[in-house]
Structures are given as C-alpha cells and as structure tokens.
Design a protein around this ligand. Structure first.
Ligand code: F6R
Length: 368
C-alpha cells in the first residue's frame, strides 16, 4: 500500500534510508570485519580471480558502472561492466578465473539471464546481486547477495538502485579484505561511513521542498542535460533515465569531461543542466567539473549544481545549489541520486503522468 504517498515510486524513494540500512544489516562482526558468507567461495578461490565482469541492464547497469570505480580502486582487480544485451553476442573473453557479477532487481531480466548462462558455459563463476528471493537469476547463479529493498512496485527503479550500490560496495570491500589489500584502514573507515549513510540519506530527503519547488519552476522545459564525472557520471546517466522513463522528456547524461567533445553544442539559453560535483577531496576532478559549470553557464545554461555545502566555488557558479553532505567520493552516489529521483517523480506528477506505470514499460523485461 502507498501509506499516504501519491505514488509507489515516491514511497520507495523515501524508503531508501531504511532499505539501505537493511541491506547493510549484520555485515560487521565484532572484530570490525566484513561478513559476506553467502558468497560461498573460499578465500583461495576469491584470491585467484583475475578479472571481474559485471553484466546488467538499465538502472542496474548504472549501479555496475559505479561498482567498477569502487572495485578496481579497492581490489586492483580489472573490472569491466557490460550491458547484458551486448555481452553474449560479442564472444567475451571469460574463463574459470573470471568472476561474473550480475545485478538485477527482479532477477528475471531475460538479457541478464542469457548472459549468465553464457558465462557459466565458459566456466566463469557467477554472483548475482538481486532483490527478489528465489528468482530465476539467483537460482542459476553460483551465489547470491540479496538486497533488502523490499518489493519495488514503481516501474522506475529507486530503492532497487541504492541497495544494489550497497551490495556492490560490500562485494568490493569484501574482496579487498579477503585479498589482504593495503587499504585496511580505508576499508574500516568506509564500512563505518556506510553504516552512517542512512542518516545522510534521510537528511537529503528531509530537504525535499527545494526539489519540489525546482520541478514546479522547470515544468515547462522540454530538454534536460545531466553532467557528472567519476562516479558522478553514472549518476548523470541514471538521473536522465529517470526523467525519460516517467516524464517522457528528452534527458541526456554525459561525462563532464566529454562536454567539449560534442555535447556543449547543445547548450542554449535557459537549458536546465544538472551537474554533480565530486567532493572536495578529489581536487583535480572537482576543479574541472566546477570549471565546466562556468563554461555552460557562460553559454546560457541554467545550472542546477549538486555539491558539498562547503564548496563555495560550486555554489557561486550555480543558479540552483543542491547541498550534498560531505561523504567519500566513491559513496557519493548514495546521496547524489536522491534529488534526481525526486525531481523526476515530481515533474512527472506535475505533468499528470502515471508515475508508477509509465507508458511502454514493464517492471521486468522477460524477453530478450
Ligand atoms: C529503470 C529500470 C530498468 C531496469 C532494467 C533492469 O528505472 O527499472 O532500467 O533497471 O530493466 O531490471 P532488473 O534490475 O530487474 O534486471
């Protein structure tokens, strides 16, 4: 039931702090180590893995893009991310030392299922990240990490996505732990930060009024661009996808560094552009994104900037400033995506669309 919300999607957006907390539950033992028993692979097997391939579709694919940044940084294992619909048809290089990770909220997506069948035929081990107990994908995988988002009814994925991010982070940190990576201190600090994340997410959601006002202000617009860099790039893609799916508007996400290689030609007077700025710790990257904001603003774009509260330069370059809490770069997606989800939900509502059942879309895509 919608529990007083107008849409399941909005309810599910607001459930995310709880969903993330549930997905994290019971992961730390009293020695401060990460527990991930359901992986069911011995430490020796996990130490022998020499490549990770993540396969997924849609929003789950974007969770996979974030996972690549995190897993490679923490484990130094090369990690590829591929759309499930492309994977099987290009003769991918996989063998028994490859770990294939599939991400699927429903666990029934045909493209993803076919990809794991193909991977297992080549001898790869498959771990599924899934939200649906006993679905086909987890049944056909060697192991499964369940997300504990609870049933996701809205067709556009929200809590499915943030809990997939949590599962990916846990997997990456676990692999780093098992492989004895030198980031021991960093791992412990990140685990503590993850535990505090539901609170940060709640703070973001409590500040929703600004996003509702923004949707009201922009409800006549027909085209939106989203920019991000590093893990902000998949956030730009996911923010744009949400708007396409439920508001049927032209929305495109770009890597901010690609701007001058083409997309900047699209920037015109008044064009709304969401820009996700990395936290201040990653100085070079952040500086570059901040100068991108000035570049597009000089060409007339209306800049909606998501950045840390202490980022005065980003604030100065913003027409609208959406404050993000101070978190580690790799974890920023958990807070940055919330206003983008809420904006899409509100804009579609203002336009009178059926947010939970967007036209032409089904909750699980069981044909290739
Ligand atoms: C977007 C969305 C889709 C799904 C995709 C994969 O909001 O819902 O893009 O993410 O169809 O679905 P699952 O995760 O069930 O495999």
């Amino acid at each position: 039931q919608k529990q007083g919300y107008d849409w399941f999607m909005r309810k599910e957006i607001f459930e995310q702090p709880r969903a993330v907390a549930d997905t994290l539950l019971g992961r730390l033992n009293d020695r401060g180590e990460l527990v991930l028993d359901e992986i069911r692979m011995s430490p020796e097997t996990l130490r022998r893995i020499n490549k990770i391939v993540i396969v997924a579709c849609g929003t789950a694919f974007y969770a996979g893009l974030v996972a690549k940044y995190a897993i490679e940084h923490w484990t130094r294992i090369p990690c590829e991310v591929e759309l499930a619909s492309e994977f099987r048809y290009r003769d991918p290089i996989i063998d028994p030392m490859t770990l294939v990770v599939t991400i699927s909220q429903s666990g029934e997506t045909a493209d993803t299922l076919m990809a794991i069948r193909h991977a297992r035929e080549q001898g790869a081990r498959v771990i599924a990240i899934c939200n649906t107990n006993g679905a086909t994908i987890p049944r056909e995988s060697d192991a499964v990490i369940y997300t504990h988002a609870g049933p996701e009814i809205g067709v556009a994925s929200t809590k499915g996505f943030t809990t997939q991010l949590i599962a990916c982070y846990l997997l990456g940190l676990y692999l780093a732990q098992v492989r004895g990576m030198k980031y021991g201190d960093e791992i412990a600090a990140l685990l503590q930060e993850l535990e505090r994340m539901p609170e940060r997410m709640q703070d973001m959601l409590d500040a929703q009024q600004q996003i509702l006002d923004l949707a009201e202000e922009l409800k006549q617009e027909k085209s939106f661009l989203y920019l991000g860099r590093h893990v902000g790039y998949p956030m730009a893609l996911e923010g744009a996808l949400k708007l396409k799916e439920i508001a049927y508007l032209h929305a495109e996400g770009f890597a901010a560094g690609e701007l001058k290689h083409g997309p900047i030609a699209l920037v015109s007077e008044g064009l709304p552009m969401f820009i996700v700025v990395p936290p201040k710790g990653r100085d070079q990257l952040r500086d570059k994104v901040v100068s991108n904001i000035s570049e597009v603003r000089a060409r007339g774009a209306r800049t909606i900037v998501l950045a840390e509260g202490c980022d005065d330069e980003a604030r100065a370059a913003a027409d609208v400033f959406i404050e993000l809490p101070h978190v580690s770069t790799l974890l920023q997606p958990l807070v940055a995506i919330l206003p983008l989800q809420l904006f899409a939900c509100e804009l579609a509502t203002l336009q009178g669309h059926d947010v939970d059942q967007p036209r032409n879309l089904a909750k699980s895509v069981t044909v290739e």
